[in-house]
Design a protein around this ligand. Structure first.
Ligand SMILES: CC(C)(COP(=O)(O)OP(=O)(O)OC[C@H]1O[C@@H](n2cnc3c(N)ncnc32)[C@H](O)[C@@H]1OP(=O)(O)O)[C@@H](O)C(=O)NCCC(=O)NCCS
Length: 265
């Protein structure tokens, strides 16, 4: 078994995208793949390689995506020494062979040295979301690899110190999405996942079952970051006439979308 790990570059970006199950026959997934690709390449040009890919016997089987925390525009932080992991994924048929660990260890080794993502300075800590989402296993996986849950903002409170002396407490305010005055729907989504457009369209369809004429806007969190900050958002969320619906288990989520659309009509 030959395992090789490479940093993101324009030549391997399509292979990184295809590691996660892409369901490319769906038109909205195809659009989502383009959104995610643009996000990755834009980061590559402005910050440096923000993903790694693993090949097993020359086949792409795993990937991890990350950015310095202070480069994520909807997180407010003074820290300049924290790397945020957006996601890790290993193809199902090759799991439990150490590929996820190899990706994580490769990233940790890079971050222990002065590196380009931190403009030649040291990274002192890794952070990721502690928000559990049905069907996704990365929170428990990171815990099994030594990440610790801290008291801070749920979307960045699972942390792993690279230096014994570094403070584990992040300065990001708690996620407290505010209700505001507005008449339309705004879907704040993350370009880090190629399923974003697919989910946006499903949300739109559910809302339009109840209110066929309501105006709906899709807001990329990395582009509409000022709006996200104003509302106290640090994760994707759907605002229905100013009332936020946050990630939760799917049944409750769809009920909340339908109910709020009706209540605010
Ligand atoms: C989590 C994941 C990356 C692990 O990859 P992997 O290559 O199988 O990991 P490794 O081989 O390095 O480690 C496997 C070991 O980690 C531990 N482990 C794996 N998944 C775990 C989990 N969810 N919770 C706790 N421990 C876990 C186990 O000890 C496992 O050992 P085992 O083989 O004896 O069961 C992979 O399972 C995956 O991609 N899952 C989906 C992740 C996800 O939801 N990503 C978000 C998508 S947007």
């Amino acid at each position: 078994m030959r395992v090789e790990i490479f940093d993101l570059c324009p030549e391997n970006v399509d292979e990184i995208l295809r590691v996660c199950p892409p369901k490319t026959s769906n038109e909205n997934v195809k659009i989502g793949l383009e959104i995610r690709k643009d996000w990755l390449l834009d980061l590559y040009r402005t910050i440096g390689p923000c993903a790694k890919i693993t090949y097993l016997n020359n086949k792409p089987v795993g990937m991890i995506q990350y950015t310095p925390l202070h480069k994520i525009p909807y997180f407010k932080t003074e820290r300049r020494d924290v790397l945020y992991i957006h996601c890790i994924y290993v193809k199902e048929h090759v799991r439990s062979r150490g590929i996820g660990s190899a990706l994580l260890n490769s990233l940790i080794n890079d971050m222990k040295k002065p590196n380009k993502l931190f403009e030649g300075k040291r990274c002192r800590m890794l952070a990721t979301t502690a928000r559990e989402r049905q069907g996704l296993t990365q929170v428990s996986y990171f815990k099994s690899k030594g990440f610790i849950k801290t008291d801070g903002n749920i979307d960045s409170s699972l942390v792993y110190s690279l230096l014994k002396t570094s403070s584990k407490n992040l300065d990001i305010p708690h996620s407290k999405p505010l209700s505001i005055q507005e008449d339309d729907v705004k879907i704040f989504f993350s370009p880090t996942c190629h399923m974003c457009k697919y989910w946006n369209e499903n949300i739109k369809a559910k809302i339009r079952e109840v209110d066929p004429t309501i105006k709906i806007e899709e807001c990329n969190l990395w582009v509409h970051s000022q709006e996200a900050l104003r509302r106290g958002l640090t994760s994707f969320a759907t605002y229905i006439r100013g009332r936020p619906v946050l990630p939760m288990n799917p049944q409750e989520f769809w009920e909340a979308i339908g109910r709020l659309t009706l209540e605010t009509k």
